[in-house]
Design a protein around this ligand. Structure first.
Ligand code: FES
Length: 710
């Protein structure tokens, strides 16, 4: 250690630590610009000059090493003059009008100008004439605003080891760019955005400005994690996968969800929609990586190791054993409550077991993951339909209604109740229970009305039950159909005719369905009252023959006023404003589709977590259901250069050939293969590393101390 004195304040600091950091850490502000605590010093801006007793000239404090006896003055008339001069030189090529800069109000240079009080108009005399480079994904480079502090170059070269950004020359101007001015993707950039993070001006900035949104910075920087309704830590588990640590990866996922494997098969992966890699070429295959990790998991990180609080003596009944109910049950049990799930159907899983066909999600997976929940102590009663939830309050301290939305909707149109019409959810449930086409009442020529994943599940299930001709028609144009692209493509491969942009005029037939009359849709949108506004193409009437019509246009909860609970839109449960799950009836909570209609498995799981927190608090707990199951991970900031990184393609999955899959319910998609999994994980931009970079502290953060020192 060394003892140094700064502005009369005696400090004990590590030998050889730079004096600027010693001062800043002690709350003594010395202006600086090229210095960044995570980067090697280059001492170029000279903002940080100080006077050292015994030295003739001021020296840069960022390159001055602490040693015993140093006596330093951070301010004097001479220093102020020199700083002002140095700043004016920096500003000589910087645009005068800060107000047009996207970083206005958040710029380190701007605050420095305010602190030093430089005459910024005097020296702003040169226009560099660079064109802002906006053709790269994620990042804008506007070299007109650059003051050559070199932080980005050091971040790219020293902190990350990617070595893409260099100083370049154009005529007499120095600027920062890539060799031969290649696009970042052609220079093997890893798009980690360390350069963006450390840039003190508006020179290198995010295409989507952080300031433009009210969202938290970490949510914008790592959008996959924030997009996941359960906020699964995606970059963290991808990093484990890259290292081949599948138990650890799976434990990260399990910190937020009790159905990692089921999600790996059927999650609607909203994370992938937000993945920044999509801007470079293709989004990460996040769902399939989750699936691979969950399939390899031996449970070594989490089995018997999670949180389990002592028994509280409180009893909770969960009505409905779908993903929302089972998730809530699991976390409430971990909080020490005595939990019973009452499920109306013969097994738990809800829509995972009775909506999603088994060729997409094998039932053994649901059973395996539900077993973890029952092993944690949750009691499950199947074939136990609850008609009067209020009566449960006599036996239980809290009741969670998580009954899902198990009643299909019949469109109001001619012929909608003819024999031969079937509702989506009834059809899929019966098929899941192993019934034949005949038992379900399905013919040979099918029309499915609807364009979401459930409609495709119906069409593809009909195919597997022996239908000869299947048509699927929906109002939406192909580009805005809500079903996953892979669902649509696989259905087409199986011979299903897909007809987007159709109105359903009437179901024809006298005593039995004979077909559907359609018209083509020219345009379709919802108005501000969520009413469909449809423009039909004149003269486009046409008919398709069928003996069976399956309505796949939504579901609603199986609930009426007889349940004694407050409902809206006829069958949905009302939760109190400002809560996620608390109903107006003391002790009764609600979660999942019964509150907001059908969404997704991951949304239901997130709802189950929220409900568990609220119920735990209601029962006297702290509502904290967080768990750390995976070991701490030291993510190295040094990611290095990888040739062709930006062009690495998303790894596909292995799919059973069409001729082998369309007459049975065997699994269709076999996920990413072993040979590809680490390579796919290696495509991740590791956006979260950016959050490791120390955020700047501006002089205002030190102003109290400065005033005290003045
Ligand atoms: Fe020390 Fe720039 S901060 S020279």
């Amino acid at each position: 250690m060394a003892v140094i004195t700064i502005d009369g304040i005696r400090l004990e600091v590590p030998d050889n630590k730079n004096v600027l950091d010693c001062a800043l850490e002690a709350g003594i502000y010395i202006p600086h610009l090229c210095h960044h605590p995570d980067l090697p010093e280059n001492g170029s801006c000279r903002m940080c000059i100080v006077e050292v007793e015994g030295e003739e000239h001021p020296v840069t404090s960022c390159t001055l090493k602490a040693k015993d006896g140093l006596n330093i003055r951070t301010n004097s008339e001479q220093i102020a003059k020199l700083r002002s001069l140095a700043l004016e030189l920096l500003l000589s090529g910087h645009p005068e009008d800060c107000s047009t800069c996207p970083k206005y109000g958040n710029c380190e240079l701007q605050t420095l100008i305010q602190y030093i009080g430089a005459n910024n108009a005097r020296m702003r005399c040169r226009t560099k004439g660079f064109k802002a480079e906006e053709s790269n994904p994620l990042i804008v480079h506007d070299m007109n605003r650059c003051v050559l502090c070199g932080r980005c170059v050091r971040a790219c070269n020293d902190l990350r080891g990617v070595k893409v950004l260099q100083y370049q020359k154009k005529d007499l101007e120095t600027y920062v760019g890539t060799i031969h001015n290649k696009l970042l993707i052609d220079s093997d950039c890893r798009f980690c955005q360390a350069c963006t993070e450390v840039c003190p001006t508006g020179t290198i900035r995010d295409k989507r400005q952080l300031m433009e949104t009210k969202a938290k910075k970490e949510d914008v920087v790592v959008p996959c994690r924030s997009a996941c309704p359960a906020h699964t830590d995606v970059p963290r588990y991808i990093r484990f996968i890259k290292e081949g640590k599948f138990d650890e990866a799976s434990a990260v996922i399990r910190e937020k969800v009790p159905f990692p494997k089921a999600l790996g098969y059927v999650c609607n992966h909203v994370c992938e929609l937000e993945c920044k890699r999509k801007e470079v070429n293709e989004a990460m295959s996040i769902r399939n990586m989750k699936r691979y990790a969950a399939e390899q998991d031996t449970g070594s990180c989490w089995r018997g190791k999670g949180k389990q609080l002592p028994d509280t003596g409180k009893k909770v009944c969960i009505v409905g054993g779908g993903p929302a109910g089972m998730t809530a049950a699991y976390y409430l049990r971990k909080q020490g409550h005595d939990v019973t799930v009452k499920e109306a159907l013969p097994t738990v899983g809800g829509m995972m077991g009775y909506g999603i066909p088994s060729y997409r999600l094998p039932r053994t997976i649901i059973a395996e993951e539900a077993a973890v929940i029952t092993e944690a102590g949750v009691k499950v009663e199947v074939n136990a339909r609850v008609e009067k939830p209020l009566e449960l309050l006599g036996e239980y301290d809290a009741v969670l209604m998580a009954i899902g939305a198990h009643v299909g909707a019949r469109l109001p149109m001619d012929g909608n109740d003819l024999p031969g019409t079937i509702l989506n959810i009834d059809f899929l449930r019966e098929a899941s229970l192993g019934k034949t086409a005949e038992e379900i009442g399905m013919g040979k020529h099918i029309i499915v009305l609807g364009g979401g994943n459930v409609a495709f599940d119906c069409a593809r299930t009909a195919k597997r039950l022996g239908a000869e001709e299947i048509h699927l028609a929906c109002l939406e144009a192909r580009e805005v159909m809500t079903a996953d692209d892979e669902e649509i493509e696989q259905a087409k491969e199986e011979g299903i005719f897909v007809h987007p942009a159709q109105t359903f005029e009437r179901i024809t037939g006298e005593t039995q369905v004979t077909g559907v009359d359609f018209m083509n849709v020219k345009s379709f949108h919802f108005d501000e009252n969520r009413r469909a506004v449809i423009e039909k193409e004149e003269g486009s009437e046409h008919h398709i023959d069928a003996d069976t019509v399956i309505f796949a246009v939504g579901q609603r909860p199986d609930l009426t006023e007889e349940a004694g609970l407050e409902l809206f839109r006829g069958s949905y449960l009302v939760v109190k404003e400002g809560t996620t799950s608390t109903t107006g009836t003391q002790g009764i909570f609600a979660a999942g589709d019964v509150v907001h209609g059908t969404k997704s498995v991951i949304q239901a799981i997130a709802d189950g977590r929220n409900a568990a927190m609220e119920i735990d608090r209601y029962l006297g707990g702290d509502g904290d259901i967080t768990e750390i199951l995976a070991p701490e991970q030291e993510a190295s900031p040094y990611i290095g250069r990888i040739e062709g990184f930006g062009y690495q393609e998303r790894k596909g999955t292995q799919v059973t050939p069409v001729e082998e899959r369309q007459d049975n319910f065997n699994l269709v998609d076999h996920g990413i293969c072993q040979g590809d999994i680490c390579a796919e994980a290696g495509r991740c931009l590791q956006c979260d590393l950016r959050l490791q970079i120390t955020a700047p502290r501006l002089w205002g953060d030190y102003s109290d101390k400065k005033e005290a020192n003045a």
